[in-house]
Design a binder for this molecule. Structure first.
Ligand SMILES: Cc1cc2nc3c(=O)[nH]c(=O)nc-3n(C[C@H](O)[C@H](O)[C@H](O)COP(=O)(O)OP(=O)(O)OC[C@H]3O[C@@H](n4cnc5c(N)ncnc54)[C@H](O)[C@@H]3O)c2cc1C
Length: 472
C-alpha cells in the first residue's frame, strides 16, 4: 500500500463471473481501510459467467447447499438465504434445504445479493463500480497497474486481479462440417438449439459428464421422449452424488505419493478395501480432496501431465458427481430403455438432409449412424493461454506480464495466486483467481476452492494459501 495520507487504495478485478464477484465480496467484507473496487466485465450482469447464466430450473449446482455457502465459517448461510428467497425466485425450498441442490440461476442470484449486501455494509469505507467493457491490454509498474479497455478508456489501480474464467476452443475438424446445421447443438446450454431437437426421435450425445446431465435434463424438460445414445472416449459415465461419509483419511501419516501411478495404486487399494467393507466408494473423493493441492504441488510437471492424460477422466467422474434431482432424469431415461452409453470415439459428422450422419469408432469397429440431433457435451474448454485468440490474453503474454504455466494449463503464479512474469518476477500487485490457476492448483476452478482461498491482494493478505483445504 502507498503511504501518502490522502491515497485511497484501489483494486481492479478483470472478469466479473463467479470468481471475480466473490473476490469483490471478500474484499468488501475484509476492508478496514478506505478501498475503491472496480470490476471490468463485458456482460451486463455480474457474477453469472457461463455456469450461472442458465435460466433453466433443471440446471442445478452439483453439490448440497451446505458446501456452497459463500461463508466457510457459516455453512448454513446459503441454506438460510434459500429458505428466505427461494420461493420469491421461483423455487420451492424442500424440507432439508441444507442438503438440497438448488438451481444454478438461483445460486447466481444468491451471489448477487451477497455483493449488494457487501457493498451496503462497507459503504462508509469502500466504493464499488462495474465498468461494462473488455480489458484489452495491461501494464504493471512497481506501485500501480494500468489496464486499457475496448471502450478506449484506461484505468489505473494499486492492484489488479485476473478472474477471466476459461476460454472456449473452436469446433474440432470432425464437427466443422455440421457447423450451423439445425440438428447440431454445438453448445449444450444453447436453449434455441435444444428447442429444435425436442420433436426428434434419436439424439447422439457426445460426452458423458456433467454437461451431458444438463443436456438430458433440458431435453426431458422440453418433453423429448426419443432415445439418447451417449458416447465417451473411455466409457466413463457420471454418477449421482450420494450423501456418503468421508472414507478414512488414508493419505494421512505417510509420505504423499509423488507419481500418478503410485497415487492410482493407493486409491485402487483403498477402493477395494471400501468395497470389501460394504461401504460407499463416494466417501473416497471426500478423503482425497483435501490433498489435491499438496499432491499437485509435490508432483513434477511430467507426473502432472501423466495425471491429465491418463487419470483425469477417472478423477473427473469420481469427484464431479451430479445432483440427484437432475440425475433422476438420466435414471428414468435409462429405465425406459431410452438412454444407452458406450465407449466410442467420434470420427466425423456429416450433413444427411435434416439428419446428421455420425461416424464413430467403438471397441468393435467403425459404425456410421444417422441421428435427428447431435449434442456436443465435451465442454471444449481451452486452458492453454498460448492457443487462445483472446486479444487480452495475447497482449498479456506478448508484453511478458505473465507466462504460461509449464504444464500448459493457465499461467504461472505462486501458491497464493501472485502472478509471475516472463522473466520470473513475482508481481506484488497482480494476481489471479480461478481457471487461470489450473496449472498451479488443479481444482482452482471449483466453487469450494475459490471460496476457501484468499488471493494475493496485498491489502488483504491471506491466512491460507490461495486454495485452502476444503472438503466437497
Ligand atoms: C455449466 C457449468 C456448471 C458448473 N457448475 C458448477 C457447480 O455446480 N459447482 C462448482 O463448484 N463449479 C461449477 N462449475 C465450475 C465453474 O467454472 C465455477 O463454479 C465458476 O463459475 C468459475 O468462475 P470464473 O469466474 O472463474 O469464470 P466465469 O464465471 O466464466 O467468469 C469469467 C468472466 O470473465 C469475463 N472476462 C473474460 N475476459 C475478459 C476481459 N478481457 N475483459 C472483461 N471481462 C472478461 C467473462 O465475460 C466472464 O463473465 C460449473 C461450470 C460450468 C461451465
Amino acid at each position: 500500500m502507498r503511504s501518502d495520507h490522502n491515497h485511497r487504495h484501489s483494486i481492479t478485478i478483470i472478469g466479473g463471473g463467479f470468481a471475480g464477484t466473490l473476490t469483490a465480496i471478500k474484499l468488501l467484507d475484509a476492508a478496514t481501510q478506505p478501498l475503491d473496487i472496480t470490476i471490468v466485465e463485458r456482460r451486463a450482469d455480474l457474477r453469472r459467467g457461463v455456469a450461472y447464466s442458465t435460466t433453466e430450473a433443471v440446471h442445478l449446482v452439483n453439490g448440497p447447499a451446505n458446501i456452497f455457502s459463500l461463508h466457510p465459517d457459516d455453512p448454513e448461510h446459503l441454506a438460510r438465504w434459500l429458505t428466505g428467497n427461494g420461493a420469491a425466485n421461483g423455487w420451492q425450498p424442500p424440507e432439508d434445504v441444507a442438503a438440497s441442490t438448488p438451481p444454478r440461476y438461483l445460486f447466481g442470484t444468491y451471489v448477487r445479493d451477497e455483493l449488494t449486501r457487501g457493498i451496503a455494509d462497507a459503504r462508509e469505507r469502500c466504493t464499488f463500480r462495474h465498468i461494462r467493457s473488455s480489458a484489452t491490454s495491461l501494464r504493471s509498474a512497481a506501485n500501480h497497474v494500468r489496464v486499457t479497455l475496448a471502450n478506449g478508456d484506461a484505468i489505473e489501480a494499486d492492484e489488479m486481479v485476473l478472474a477471466l474464467g476459461v476460454f472456449q476452443a473452436g469446433l474440432s475438424a470432425h464437427e466443422a462440417p455440421v457447423s450451423g446445421h439445425p440438428a447440431f447443438a454445438a453448445n449444450p446450454w444453447d436453449s434455441a438449439a435444444l428447442d429444435r431437437l425436442a420433436d426428434g426421435k434419436d439424439i447422439l450425445v457426445i460426452g458423458s459428464s456433467l454437461s451431458m446431465v444438463d443436456a438430458v435434463a433440458s431435453m426431458e424438460a422440453r418433453g423429448y421422449r426419443g432415445s439418447y445414445q451417449v458416447i465417451s472416449r473411455r466409457g466413463q459415465f457420471v454418477e449421482s452424488r450420494r450423501d456418503a461419509e468421508p472414507a478414512r483419511d488414508f493419505l494421512a501419516d505417510r509420505p504423499l505419493p509423488a507419481t500418478a501411478r503410485s497415487l492410482f495404486s493407493l486409491v485402487k487399494a483403498e477402493r477395494r478395501a471400501i468395497a470389501k467393507a460394504g461401504a460407499d466408494w463416494q466417501g473416497l473423493p471426500l478423503a482425497i480432496r483435501p490433498y489435491i493441492l499438496p499432491l499437485w504441488q509435490k508432483a513434477s510437471d511430467r507426473e502432472r501431465l501423466r495425471f491429465t492424460r491418463h487419470l483425469r477422466a477417472f478423477w473427473d467422474v469420481t469427484a464431479h458427481r451430479s445432483a440427484p434431482d437432475t440425475h433422476a432424469a438420466i435414471e428414468r431415461a435409462i429405465g425406459e430403455a431410452r438412454l444407452s452409453h458406450r465407449a466410442a470415439r467420434l470420427i466425423e459428422l456429416a450433413s444427411d438432409g435434416d439428419r446428421i450422419l455420425a461416424t464413430i469408432r467403438t471397441r468393435c469397429g467403425v459404425e456410421a449412424l444417422t441421428f435427428d440431433g447431435i449434442i456436443d457435451c465435451r465442454g471444449h474448454q481451452l486452458h492453454d493461454w498460448r492457443r487462445t485468440a483472446d486479444p487480452f490474453v495475447q497482449s498479456l503474454l506478448a508484453a511478458g506480464e505473465v507466462r504460461p504455466h509449464s504444464t500448459g494449463f493457465g499461467i504461472d503464479a505462486t501458491t497464493d495466486g501472485a502472478l509471475i512474469s516472463r522473466d520470473g518476477h513475482v508481481h506484488r500487485n497482480l494476481s489471479a483467481i480461478g481457471h487461470p490457476l489450473r496449472g498451479v492448483a488443479w481444482e482452482s476452478s471449483s466453487i469450494t476452492e475459490q471460496r476457501a482461498g484468499d488471493h494475493a491482494c496485498r491489502s488483504h493478505p491471506g491466512k491460507n494459501n490461495a486454495f485452502g483445504t476444503v472438503a466437497s
